[in-house]
Design a protein around this ligand. Structure first.
Ligand code: 13P
Length: 255
């Protein structure tokens, strides 16, 4: 089952107007130069840059995504952004349940599930993040934690068309540490089994499971050629055009 790889940049809380626009323009130019890339591209800037980045990406096959959304359509939720507002700005994707939000904002599986269902109802695709802490990994619980997060965070009605899973071990994020290829494949294959039970084999076989956590041009080829790794969710390296595009090229996207 061929799954088109997704190369996604999570800019996190980085970028003022000028550098955000420059980064988007640089990525757009490189992706255009690839002609018909074998991968799908996505950038997820902070809310403040969504509109200018959308403009800067014009004409390039690079999708726009946000890093979070509220579950309500509108109303008294000071500081929050609704799925419809994101759709209105030209977003097609939303990252949900990133470990930084689970930690900083105490987001539960239940909340992530509710947000995902609201995003799907608004016509947005979701990238739902899961992943174990170092303590959980050392206790041999990585697969169990990811299983619980998938069962709790992914809506029962999710499909391969509206949902992408991102496996991001918390201890690998921003640390330069990466699990072994065998460990990555073990978790991804286990996640696909859980998805098959929850959503049916058809969806599980088509659903993309990204790896995230210290992905760089130097490790992209090994990680992204694993059988159950269908792309990458990239933090630090997505802030430099050469690194983001280097990852894509080393993953075979330009061939
Ligand atoms: P780094 O690529 O900086 O490790 O971040 C990964 C991540 O959290 C992407 O969502």
């Amino acid at each position: 089952m061929a799954r088109k790889k997704l190369i996604a940049g999570n800019w996190k809380m980085n970028g003022l107007m000028a550098d955000g626009i420059d980064l988007a323009k640089g990525i757009a130019a490189e992706v255009k130069a690839m002609g018909k890339p074998a991968c799908e591209f996505l950038v997820c800037p902070p809310f403040t840059l969504l509109a200018p980045v959308k403009k800067a990406l014009r004409g390039a096959k690079v999708a726009l995504g946000a890093q979070d959304a509220h579950f309500a359509e509108k109303g008294a939720h000071t500081g929050d952004i609704s799925p419809l507002m994101l759709k209105d700005l030209g977003c097609t994707y939303v990252i949900l349940g990133h470990s930084e939000r689970r930690a900083d904002h105490h987001e539960s599986n239940e909340l992530v599930n509710k947000k995902a269902a609201a995003c799907h109802a608004a016509g947005l695709k979701t990238v739902i993040c899961i992943g174990e802490t170092l303590e959980q990994r050392e206790a041999g619980k990585a697969v169990e934690v990811c299983r619980e997060q998938i069962l709790g965070s992914v809506p029962d009605a999710a499909t391969a068309a509206d949902t992408v899973i991102a496996y991001e071990p918390v201890w690998a994020i921003g640390t330069g540490k990466v699990p072994t290829a065998a460990d990555v494949e073990e978790v991804h294959a286990a996640c696909r089994k859980v998805l098959a039970k929850k959503l049916g084999k058809g969806n599980a076989n088509k659903m993309r499971i990204l790896y995230g956590g210290s992905v760089k041009p130097g490790n992209a080829k090994e990680l992204l050629s694993l059988p159950d790794v269908d792309g990458a969710l990239i933090g630090g390296a997505s802030l430099k055009v050469a690194d983001f595009i280097g990852i894509a090229k080393n993953a075979g996207c330009a061939e």
